[in-house]
Design a protein around this ligand. Structure first.
Ligand code: AMP
Ligand code: ZN
Length: 471
């Protein structure tokens, strides 16, 4: 498209930053691995959600909102889910208990991430709605001699794929050396991984040509990405920890089942959110849930706005690690408040375009830091009421997933702009003097700046006015 910058993206597969050219610019296709729904998501899980939302917004801007398909799956079949269902609902039939756990967790996840200023992906498929597609893929892998049946499992045979390990840079010898051979005696190669495993009576299962069972983890993403995006698509994303084995094995499955050279053109991975140098994770117990941060005083003694977490996350380049801290949240809050104050009173229009310099910085492998420096500059101009800086700032904030007043309306630390306080006092004086023409003129002046006035009487019967930003 003319006037829009060339995107460059870092590709884990080639370990270089590359110019991005979609396979089909009329349908740019991106798949991001979503949550396993057994418990609250922690703020580390929020990182890929926020990072790939920013990329989704950028792609929509460059190729057109109707020309991007973003798929983020919901993993609702997993042994951790079974365990949680048995623990929380021991008296219910297993299927019903699992449904309770996954429905509740999925709803919580969706509400958590929508508070982070993220757009819903185009499709959010559930693994359990795609079991048939997974079985078709597995059957095809068996037919092509890439998979075999052993000890009640269908396994992918890594030796049948000469370039297995390209994404992670691991070769099969590395895998052999690290594997505990004794445990996996039924495997031809210890690196072989499960496509389908049999289920005991007290485990969830689906009928299949290989007995009643359930899919391995990796096959679901191969099946769902094919269903919604085709055999080869543009971008596949997730956190660093997914490179091996998950993404490596997705590639093996998809390419070997379809006989293709690539599953996705570009593989993108966000760095870890860390606490004192360690990855935030459920298993280490060093986590804060999104819900905790947004609803309770889990950090700093008060709840934080979701957009503050969004900015706190984006302030560091997506490939770098983040050491999460209270100071980071405070910095993000103060930065967002400055931007919102500078955009105060901007005309609100859906068609407003984001600033070109901000877009240009993001187009360089999502360099949000440099984009935010550009935004600071626009905010300075907006504060001096230069040109259309205010409107440009407002449109850019919206493009980046921030609202214009989330920190202003209910924020104690923020002072009411002096000109509004003065105008309200003047207007009240005019009303009390029955100078309605003057009172209306003041109201209209503020309305033009996007500020609505509401009159009311306080407990003593005295006339007062409050104001809010018109949406
Ligand atoms: P999981 O539910 O563990 O599969 O994780 C869901 C997504 O969150 C995956 O893309 C992970 O790579 C990502 N993720 C998990 N922990 C972190 C973390 N501490 N920092 C950044 N991303 C993470
Ligand atoms: Zn996946």
């Amino acid at each position: 498209m003319s006037g829009t910058p060339q995107l460059t993206l870092y590709n884990t597969l080639t370990r270089t930053k590359e110019a991005f050219t979609p396979l089909d610019p009329s349908n740019v296709r991106m798949y991001v691995c979503g949550p396993t729904v057994y418990d609250f998501a922690h703020i580390g899980n929020a990182r890929p959600v926020i990072v790939f939302d920013l990329l989704f917004r950028l792609l929509r801007h460059v190729y057109g909102a109707d020309h991007v398909t973003y798929v983020r799956n919901i993993t609702d079949v997993d042994d951790k889910i079974n365990a949680r269902a048995l623990r929380d609902f021991p008296d219910l039939p297993l299927n019903e208990a699992i449904r309770r756990v996954t429905e509740k967790t999925e709803a919580q996840f969706l509400s958590d991430v929508s508070a982070l200023g993220t757009l819903p992906p185009t499709v959010q498929p559930r693994a359990t709605d795609n079991i048939g597609e997974m079985q078709t893929l597995i059957a095809e892998l068996i037919r092509r001699d890439h998979a075999y049946n052993a000890a009640g499992e269908v396994l992918f045979a890594v030796d049948t794929m000469p370039d297995y390990g390209q994404l992670s840079g691991r070769n099969l010898e590395d895998n052999l050396a690290g594997a505990r051979v004794a445990v996996d005696r039924h495997k031809k190669n210890p690196a072989d991984f499960v496509l389908w495993k049999q289920s005991a009576d007290n485990e969830p299962g689906w009928d299949s040509p290989w007995g009643r069972g359930r899919p391995g983890w990796h096959i679901e993403c191969s099946a769902m990405s094919e269903r919604y995006l085709g055999q080869t698509f543009d971008i596949h994303g997730g956190g660093l920890d997914l490179i091996f084995p998950h993404h490596e094995n997705e590639i093996a499955q998809s390419r070997c089942a379809h006989g293709t050279h690539a599953m996705a053109q570009v593989w993108m991975h966000n760095g870890f959110l860390q606490v004192e140098g360690q990855k935030m994770s459920k298993s280490l117990g060093n986590f804060i849930t999104i819900n905790d941060l947004l609803q309770t005083g889990a950090m700093g003694g008060h709840a934080w706005h979701g957009e503050v977490l969004r900015l706190a996350m984006l302030m560091t380049h997506y490939r770098e690690p983040i050491d999460f801290s209270l100071k980071r949240l405070e910095e993000a809050e103060s930065k967002l408040r400055n931007w919102q104050q500078a955009a105060w009173g901007a005309e609100i229009s859906e068609s407003g375009q984001p600033d070109a310099s901000v877009v240009k910085e993001l187009a360089d492998d999502l360099n949000f830091h440099r984009a935010s420096v550009a935004l600071d500059f626009i905010a300075k101009r907006a504060n001096r009421n230069e040109g259309d800086a205010k409107h440009c700032l407002a449109a850019t904030l919206r493009f980046l997933g921030f609202s214009l007043d989330s920190l202003l309306t209910s924020d104690e630390g923020w002072e009411e702009p002096a000109h509004i306080a003065t105008a309200i006092a003047e207007r009240l004086a005019a009303l009390n003097n029955k100078d309605f023409a003057r009172a209306d003129a003041i109201r209209n002046e503020l309305a033009e700046q996007g500020i609505a006035l509401m009159d009311y009487k306080d407990e003593t019967g005295e006339r007062r006015t409050r104001w809010e930003v018109k949406r």
